[in-house]
Write a protein that binds this ligand. Structure first.
Ligand code: PAF
Length: 279
């Protein structure tokens, strides 16, 4: 595996290869797990060259403490990427990714997507994500970009960014990889204690509880039951929201005529975990 730390070196290396090869790209913030592995494997199957980036993007953290505590384990990441036979790892510096400074980063008109659901609780987050993914796309110009459905709104945001920039890159979204107990795989799980890790699976169970009750009870009463399940397992709920899966418009109650999605965030041992399921 080749490791590039500077954008110019990567651009120069890829230039002669572009004509004859398709490029698959997986953006990550490192602390790689099997969920990332699934995205990398999909890219390896469907492209001639697979590039993974590891970059903890400062502008998408709305809390400095969350940024500082984000797990950084580059040597483990390299082992996992080499094991999967990834072709290229790109791990740039913040200076390289923000040549005009972080305060002057480009802004994207992603409409309501910026402010609804996750956006309401994480001001600025989706602007940071839009900038960094677009910047990577401008450097790598991938044929396909692979993203996980665990970050449901992020997938919608990047779809919008690709539209706005009239990019030729195709977005491939892959289903959430889960542990046996249902817990969605996440780099943040690394920050949990053994006990926290076991209790964390309650978030998925709470979402399933709402899904299973949809024909008998209102969303409001199922939400109250789900919240109780979470509290009994030491979770602090931030939100569970029912929305239209296509537009992300918030729904007050179940509507069987449209595709629905349940999106959620909750804190376990101070770590913010997210999950979502189709209804
Ligand atoms: O999903 C993530 O890990 C990040 O939001 C991403 C897409 C790598 C951008 O920093």
């Amino acid at each position: 595996m080749y490791i590039f730390k500077e954008r110019e070196a990567l651009i120069k290396y890829l230039e002669p290869l572009r004509q004859e090869n398709t490029i698959g790209f997986i953006p990550t913030m490192g602390a790689l797990h099997q969920g990332h592995g699934t995205l990398i494997e999909a890219s390896l199957k469907e492209n001639d060259i697979t590039i993974c980036s590891v970059f903890v993007n400062p502008t998408q953290f709305n809390k400095k403490s969350d940024f500082v505590k984000y797990p950084q384990v580059l040597s483990d990441d390299i082992l996992l990427l080499e094991g999967l036979k990834t072709d290229i790892l790109f791990t740039p510096s913040a200076e390289d990714m923000y040549p005009d400074g972080q305060e002057n980063m480009r802004k994207y008109d992603i409409g309501d997507l910026e402010f609804v659901l996750e956006g309401e609780f994480r001001p600025g987050h989706f602007q940071g994500v839009s900038y960094i993914v677009d910047e990577f796309i401008q450097i790598i110009k991938p044929t396909n970009i692979y993203m996980g459905e665990k970050d449901f709104q992020q997938v919608a945001v990047i779809k919008k960014v690709l539209e706005l920039t009239q990019s030729k890159t195709q977005l491939v979204s892959c289903p959430t990889k889960r542990q046996e107990d249902g817990l969605a795989m996440s780099s943040r799980n690394m920050r949990l204690t053994e006990e926290g890790l076991i209790k964390a699976a309650t978030l998925q169970r709470a979402l399933q509880h709402i899904k299973q009750g949809q024909h008998e009870k209102s969303f409001k009463s199922l939400l109250a039951e789900a919240n109780q399940m979470l509290m009994d397992n030491d979770f602090e709920l931030e939100h569970i929201i029912l929305c239209n899966a296509n537009t992300l418009e918030i729904l007050e109650d179940f509507d069987q005529d449209i595709p629905m999605r349940l999106v959620s965030a909750a804190f376990m041992e101070g770590v913010r975990l997210i999950d979502n399921i189709a209804i």
